[in-house]
Design a protein around this ligand. Structure first.
Ligand code: HEC
Length: 146
C-alpha cells in the first residue's frame, strides 16, 4: 500500500498542513451553513469531509497531486465549522453524537483542531487509513447503517 513519497508530494504536505493550521487558528468562525437543523447540518458537513477524503485518496492513486489542493481547502473551511455545529443540548434521535461531547468539551474541541489539521497530512502519509476515526471512536455512536 505505502510507497515512497516523491519530493513534490512532501512539499505539498507541508503547504497543505500550513494552510489548514492557519484556517484553524483564526478561531471560531461564524457558521456558514444553516438549515436551522443543526444535526442535519453537521451530518452534511461531515459527509462533505468524507467525500474530500475519498477524493484525495483517488487523486493520489491517479498521481494527481496538484488536484488535492481544492479538497484540502474544503477540509480546512469545513473543519472551522465543526465545534460550532455542536451546541449544547443538540442531541436528537437522528443524531449519532455521544453525550460525552459536552461532558468532555475541552477534549472534543482539541480533537476538532488537532485531528483536522493532521487529517490531510495523515491521509497523504498513509492513504489507506481513515484518520477521522479517533474522534468518531470517542464521540460518535457506531452508525446504524454501516
Ligand atoms: C471532533 C470530532 C470529529 C472529527 C474530527 C470528525 N468527526 Fe465526523 N462525526 C463526529 C460526530 C460527533 C458525528 C455524529 C454527528 C451526529 O450524528 O450528530 C460525526 C459524523 C460523521 C459522519 C456521518 C454523517 C451522517 O450523515 O450521519 C461522517 C460521514 C463523518 N463524520 C466523516 C468524518 C470525516 C471524513 C472526518 C475527517 C475529515 C471527520 N468526520 C472528522 C465527530 C467528528
Amino acid at each position: 500500500m505505502l510507497r515512497q513519497a516523491p519530493l513534490h508530494l512532501s512539499i505539498m504536505i507541508i503547504v497543505l498542513v500550513a494552510a489548514t493550521a492557519t484556517a484553524c487558528t483564526t478561531g471560531s468562525a461564524p457558521r456558514m451553513v444553516g438549515t436551522g437543523d443543526v444535526v442535519a447540518d453537521r451530518q452534511r458537513v461531515m459527509k462533505l469531509q468524507g467525500e474530500q477524503m475519498t477524493d484525495i485518496q483517488n487523486k493520489i492513486k491517479a498521481d494527481n497531486i496538484e488536484g488535492i489542493a481544492t479538497n484540502a481547502e474544503v477540509l480546512a473551511i469545513t473543519s472551522m465549522q465543526i465545534t460550532s455545529l455542536f451546541p449544547e443540548g443538540s442531541l436528537t434521535d437522528k443524531s449519532n453524537a455521544k453525550p460525552e461531547i459536552w461532558v468532555r468539551w475541552g477534549e472534543f474541541e482539541a480533537t476538532a483542531k488537532n485531528k483536522d489539521q493532521k487529517a490531510v497530512a495523515d491521509v497523504l502519509k498513509d492513504y489507506g487509513r481513515a484518520t477521522c476515526v479517533s474522534c468518531h471512536d470517542t464521540f460518535r455512536k457506531p452508525l446504524p447503517r454501516s
